[in-house]
Design a protein around this ligand. Structure first.
Ligand code: FAD
Length: 315
């Protein structure tokens, strides 16, 4: 059965979360067709039979209304049982549009697939349901980092799309884009997330010690490391909202999650509960985070972080 995969790009490059969505689609289907949309998307993706490419200078930043039109056109040509896209913020917006456009059922933010059933967390991941989804097509949107990127190396055939998209599709468009530095990895895409909370005490402490641990871990492990925060730290203005983890922030599933000076409120847990290993540093032995952590240090962070960073640096 055929799957269409939407390959989300940022600055011309296919995002890691889309490589994972592709890996999932390959598990599901014996024929996988891609939809690659952007300003000038790079044609270096592998593991698909065909990739339809639509380039438009107005799509430097992905916009869901025009991209939905492009996906609709590819679907008109190819058909398919599944439309797969990563549950990134953009993917969630696009998924809703596609479900409405195709009058199709949608399952988003699921984390597993076993014997034809999808696994999805509810109530802040306190329960996990196994879900069957019927219909054709169905829109499937896996959570970033829940599936492995495709290892398939086949070279796709690239097919250029020549579409005249109506200007009205670009009515909602960004007026300002704040660039992140290349080493500012998104929390949803990191192998390790180092998060700090109110317990860091001040903006100066947060901004000195959380990036310092992040950088030391990146150097020592060679992995992708990002820094995150509780809402209390974000509300205090210590760090940008794009780093917030939790119910009203981002949902992360890294290999390792550090919670430093974070109590572990249910709304924070909602965003990091599915991390593979959780390490908590908190001076309060009763902090709820210890109920979730695999490793916990009942300590002030001031007594742990300097030594830990030194050790990681090999000093
Ligand atoms: C609708 C709604 C949505 C929300 N969404 C989110 C969300 O997305 N993400 C989120 O995080 N929260 C969210 N919250 C807020 C949440 O309820 C908590 O208020 C918040 O997570 C608390 O942040 P914190 O753990 O940093 O602060 P606190 O709860 O104040 O905890 C600070 C911790 O630091 C410890 N500490 C203090 N000093 C030190 C030290 N020197 N060394 C070590 N430990 C120390 C303390 O023991 C304490 O456990 C939401 C709330 C609501 C109502």
């Amino acid at each position: 059965m055929k799957a269409l995969v939407v390959l989300e790009t940022l600055k011309g490059k296919v995002r890691e979360a889309s490589h994972e969505a592709l890996g999932f689609a390959r598990e599901l289907s014996d024929e996988v067709v891609g939809v690659l949309v952007g300003k000038e998307p790079e044609r270096d993706v592998r593991g698909l039979e065909r990739v339809y490419v639509f380039s438009d200078p107005r799509l430097d930043i992905p916009l869901s209304a025009p991209v939905a039109k492009v996906v609709e056109e590819v679907f008109r040509r190819e058909g398919g049982k599944y439309v797969v896209l990563a549950a990134t913020p953009f993917g969630k917006e696009l998924g809703g549009r596609l479900a409405a456009l195709f009058n199709a059922p949608i399952l988003d933010d699921f984390t597993g697939y076993e014997d034809g059933l999808f696994v999805k967390g509810f109530y802040s991941n306190k329960v996990f349901a196994k879900i069957r989804i019927d219909g054709s097509p169905v829109i499937l949107s896996p959570r970033p980092r829940a599936f492995k990127p495709s290892q398939d190396t086949r070279e796709p055939e690239y097919v250029d799309l020549d579409l005249a998209l109506d200007e009205s599709l670009f009515a909602a468009h960004p007026v300002e884009v704040k660039e992140k530095s290349p080493e500012d990895i998104d929390v949803t895409e990191a192998d390790i997330v180092v998060s700090g909370g109110r317990g860091m005490g001040s903006a100066e402490n947060y901004q000195k010690w959380i990036p310092a641990l992040k950088d030391a871990l990146a150097k020592a492990t060679g992995m992708k490391v990002a820094y995150g925060a509780s809402r209390a730290a974000v509300d205090a203005g210590w760090v940008d909202h794009s780093h917030q983890v939790g119910q009203t922030g981002k949902t992360v599933s890294p290999l390792v999650y550090f919670a430093i000076g974070i109590s572990g409120a249910i709304q924070h847990q909602a965003g990091m509960r599915t991390s593979k290993t959780i390490i908590a540093i908190n001076k309060d032995p009763e902090a709820p985070i210890f109920g979730l952590a695999d490793y916990g240090m009942v300590s002030k962070w001031e007594d742990v972080l300097p030594g830990l960073i030194e050790k990681l640096k090999g000093e």
